[in-house]
Ligand binder design. Structure first.
Ligand code: TYD
Length: 135
């Protein structure tokens, strides 16, 4: 599966709400790194890369953004993230671009790898070439 948008189980009671991530319960990988993107300026697109080894789980824990996903063969889909009740799973070797961030957006990202710049593909043509070899 290249990507998927999933409903999260929300533990809610009269105190509020809580969402948990746990390997093999609602997450297909062990988390080695988490980061969040916030204060993104208007008209800015982030991402614009593919990863050779990293899988990602993205959650708009506040506000909203869009994620444009391009898989091998250059087929693109856009997903809107606008609720902490949903998570977007992205497999390795998909091209992603996050944009249209609301002023208050906080995008939480969980991944299975430590940060390693050498596993990033930041040139789109290189991505198309490399992904076709793996197809
Ligand atoms: P970048 O890859 O441009 O962020 P994004 O693609 O998510 O918009 O990363 C921005 C900077 O942060 C860059 O200098 C690398 C650094 N960085 C880390 O040091 N660790 C990390 O886990 C991430 C995601 C980025």
């Amino acid at each position: 599966m290249d990507y998927g948008l999933f409903d999260l189980k929300v533990f809610g009671d009269n105190r509020g709400h809580l969402v948990s991530f746990e390997k093999n319960v609602n997450l297909p990988f062990e988390v080695k790194r988490a980061f969040y993107i916030f204060d993104t300026k208007p008209l800015i697109a982030r991402g614009q890369h593919a990863n050779r080894n990293s899988e990602f789980c993205m959650i708009a824990i506040n506000g909203s953004c869009k994620v444009k996903i391009t898989t091998g063969g250059g087929i693109s889909t856009t997903v809107s993230l606008d609720t902490p009740h949903k998570a977007l799973y992205l497999n390795k070797m998909v091209w992603k671009e996050m944009y249209d961030f609301s002023y208050n957006a906080i995008l939480l990202v969980l991944t299975n790898t430590h940060y390693d710049e050498s596993e990033y593909i930041r040139n789109y043509d290189d991505f198309l070439k490399e992904v076709s070899v793996h197809a």
